[in-house]
Write a protein that binds this ligand. Structure first.
Ligand SMILES: NC(=O)c1ccc[n+]([C@@H]2O[C@H](COP(=O)([O-])OP(=O)(O)OC[C@H]3O[C@@H](n4cnc5c(N)ncnc54)[C@H](O)[C@@H]3O)[C@@H](O)[C@H]2O)c1
Length: 255
């Protein structure tokens, strides 16, 4: 098999519909020579149905990243399909409604804790669960939404993403000696289930349409997926703890 990821074995989390960023990553990865194992959360039969739309059928393993038993059993379940992993994609985010849409000052700690557990801490948990299968040269890649600024309506999810960005740098530091990289893609707004669950998400859509120098499509997951593939490939061998913006250039432009 030829392609950017020829011969690589990937674990891809976060597919729930064919609009999921993770679906585009899995599709493009297969088209570029990778063998893909998916994980699914909750509605497994739905994820399995979506997985059948990939160029190659991909197995789906159940994984709730906040469930310690699922994490402990992950490596053995992955081994039923591949003998090791060259890359892991964390494409997971969740915050209870109280944490989004302007609720920053009122969201209770229990809800904030859920957001941080699923969206931030899980980056480390997933990497550690997959580590027994990984070798030097391996890569972990996650998805963020530029957390250097406070965004209207993003609220505690923004805090969770700031934590994710820091966690990726710490993971880079702690796994560097094993030759494993950790990098994030900071994507612009895309119309996925996660995005639609944010009340007022249209504000991002309008801002991007006005300001991104390259323009921005809200329904094209391909640019973000391509960046994930590049970071999973052998073409960023000395890059770790990095955040690559795939946002049409929005982050570089002042208001
Ligand atoms: N859509 C955007 O505008 C945008 C922009 C930048 C970054 N991101 C990030 O991209 C990633 C993927 O989101 P998406 O936009 O493709 O949306 P999506 O809704 O398609 O994917 C989110 C995934 O998270 C999974 N998930 C939620 N809770 C989980 C849990 N406890 N255990 C395991 N999986 C769980 C869901 O099942 C779903 O597959 C997220 O980290 C998101 O924050 C999205």
């Amino acid at each position: 098999m030829s392609g950017l990821l020829a011969g690589k074995r990937l674990l891809v989390t976060g597919v729930i519909t064919d609009a999921s960023i993770a679906f585009s990553v899995a599709k493009l990865a297969q088209e570029n020579g990778a063998q893909v194992v998916l994980t699914g959360y909750g509605r497994l039969s739905l994820v399995e149905r979506i997985a059948r739309r990939l160029p190659e059928p991909a197995p789906v393993i159940e994984l709730d990243v906040a469930n310690a038993e699922h994490l402990a059993g992950l490596a053995d379940k992955v081994r039923e399909h591949v003998d090791g992993l060259d890359g892991v994609v964390h494409s997971i985010g969740f915050a209870p409604q109280s944490c989004l849409g302007g609720g920053f000052l009122d969201a209770p700690w229990e809800d904030v804790a859920t957001a941080l557990h699923v969206s931030t801490y899980s980056y480390k948990s997933l990497a550690m669960a997959a580590l027994p299968l990984m070798q030097p040269g391996g890569a972990v890649v996650g998805l963020t939404f530029d957390a250097t600024k406070a965004w209207p309506v993003y609220d505690w999810m923004g805090v969770a993403k700031a934590g994710l960005e820091s966690a990726s740098r710490y993971l880079a530091m702690h796994l560097g000696k094993q030759g494993i990289r950790s990098n994030l893609v900071a994507a612009g707004p895309l119309r996925t289930i996660a995005a639609k669950s944010i009340p007022g998400f249209e504000q991002f859509e309008d801002a991007w349409a006005e300001r991104a120098p390259l323009g921005w499509s809200l329904t094209d997951q391909d640019p973000a997926a391509r960046a994930c593939l590049a970071l999973l490939s052998d073409w960023f061998p000395a890059t770790t703890g990095e955040i690559v913006h795939v946002d049409g250039g929005y982050h570089a432009i002042g208001a």
